[in-house]
Design a protein around this ligand. Structure first.
Ligand SMILES: *Cc1c(COP(=O)(O)O)cnc(C)c1O
Length: 429
């Protein structure tokens, strides 16, 4: 096997990366490779495979929809699957309006454009309070996607370096992430809140955050109380609150949405990864009725001029509806998932190389003791290789190792993941 002559893989340095593994099929929590090997997909294929691979009821819903209506332009037209999905997600999120796009990054771009233009539209009708709101606030370590607006909102990193001059400025507040046995978290939370209050002195359009778990920067978990304190301050300053639930949505953080778990109500929410159960690329942005109304006007320039070719793709909608059916039929699968992680993680946490164990919903993580923590820390690659040899696929973020398996993973498969990790850590010495 060798690198394909015509493909370009994402976030992959061909000069140093091992060649990709060729997959023949997948079922449940398992990938089956061309050479017959089976791997447990311990990270839900970049956090998208929600229930399991090739989940039969979602596959059937997509097939049914494909024979009925596969796609239609969504300006001038509407259809049942889009209307049903909007109705259900509105009821579940407390946000009345749903705008479709194609992935997590575009769902975030749309939150940003709606928030920004909503204030501009207010200026247009002469509300003095709206004037001069230009600032955006995001958190240290944030990741909101790879398109330009999303990159600008995210923490500057190895990923964004080359584009630096093209990224707009964002005010940055500390993210007081915590872990088991953390005794200093209250002080860091207070410091972050003070920083936020300071930043909010400047007229602000919106504050964006990943509720409960920052994903890509290393599964960095904050306490619900911190998020409630943030939401209060944002509200008091009259700014909009944007929840990027692209990773945390659909049960990942232990409730249907992390915002619900944390007890906060955002003005805008971005969803994608788990939306279609991991079958099809689709993103949605949910917005409050108040924001929607701010775009209704006789003035054409108040229109939200944004749209993607595949807006509200019926196949994606059908998959999302079938996935929601599954989630709502067995909420204990995500509500009780942490109970499955905790004893296994407690046990692993006794290993001398395990630092800062943490768990939220379906996600469990720890740092590997190495002295240096960065995305380029090679220890993650070594652990990945050692686990692959044992039939477990994971993809550490530098020295942060995490599991984020499909909801349907069986107990013995989850145990196999922890066993592989222990063996890998032992091998590191
Ligand atoms: C993955 C992710 C995104 C980007 O989603 P894509 O579908 O990869 O564009 C945005 N925000 C968060 C929190 C994510 O985890």
């Amino acid at each position: 096997m060798s690198w394909h002559p015509h493909l370009w893989h994402p976030t992959t340095q061909v000069a140093t990366a091992p060649e990709p593994l060729r997959v023949r099929s997948a079922r449940g929590s398992e990938l089956e490779l061309d050479d017959g090997r089976r791997l447990i997909d311990a990270i839900s294929s970049w956090w998208v495979t929600l229930h399991g691979h090739a989940e039969p009821t979602i596959a059937a819903a997509i097939a049914r929809q494909a024979r009925q209506l596969e796609q239609v332009i969504f300006a001038n037209f509407s259809h049942g699957p889009a209307e049903q999905l909007a109705t259900r997600l509105s009821a579940l999120s407390g946000l009345e309006r749903l705008f479709f796009s194609d992935n997590g990054s575009t769902a975030v771009e749309v939150t940003l454009k709606i928030a920004w233009q909503w204030w501009r539209n207010q200026e247009g009708v002469g509300d003095g309070a709206a004037h001069g709101r230009r600032q955006l606030i995001a958190f240290e370590g944030a990741y909101h996607g790879d398109t330009f607006g999303a990159m600008a909102l995210g923490e500057r990193s190895l990923f964004t370096g080359p584009y630096e001059p093209l990224l707009f400025e964002v005010a940055r507040v500390a993210w007081p992430h915590t872990h088991w046995g953390d005794e200093d978290v209250e002080r860091r939370e207070q410091a972050a809140l003070a920083q936020l209050e300071q930043a909010l002195q400047t007229p602000t359009v919106a504050v964006i955050l990943e509720p409960l778990i920052q994903g890509a920067s290393g599964m960095r978990v904050v306490r619900a109380g911190f998020l409630r304190a943030v939401a209060e301050r944002v509200r008091a300053a009259g700014a909009l609150l944007i929840a990027d639930e692209v990773m945390t949505g659909f049960g990942r953080a232990g409730d249907l949405f992390a915002c619900r778990r944390a007890g906060i109500q955002p003005d805008l929410m971005a969803l994608s990864k788990g939306l279609t159960g991991g079958f099809l690329p689709m993103g949605v942005t949910l917005a409050s009725e108040r924001l929607y109304q701010g775009f209704i006007s006789e003035r054409p320039e108040a229109t939200f001029f944004h749209g993607h070719s595949f807006t509200a793709n019926p196949l994606g909608c059908a998959a999302a509806l079938a996935s929601l059916d599954l989630l709502q039929a067995s909420p204990e699968r995500f509500q009780q998932f942490a109970v499955r992680h905790i004893p296994l993680l407690e046990d692993l946490a006794r290993h001398p190389l395990v630092r800062r164990p943490r768990c939220a919903g379906t996600m469990a993580a720890f740092d590997v003791e190495t002295g240096e923590s960065s995305y380029l820390n090679p220890v993650g690659k070594r652990i990945q290789r050692l686990c692959l040899e044992q039939g477990v696929y994971l993809r550490p973020l530098g020295n942060v190792v995490y599991l984020l398996p499909p909801l349907g993973i069986r107990d013995e498969q989850l145990e196999a993941c922890y066993r592989a990790l222990r063996t890998a850590l032992d091998a590191l010495g």
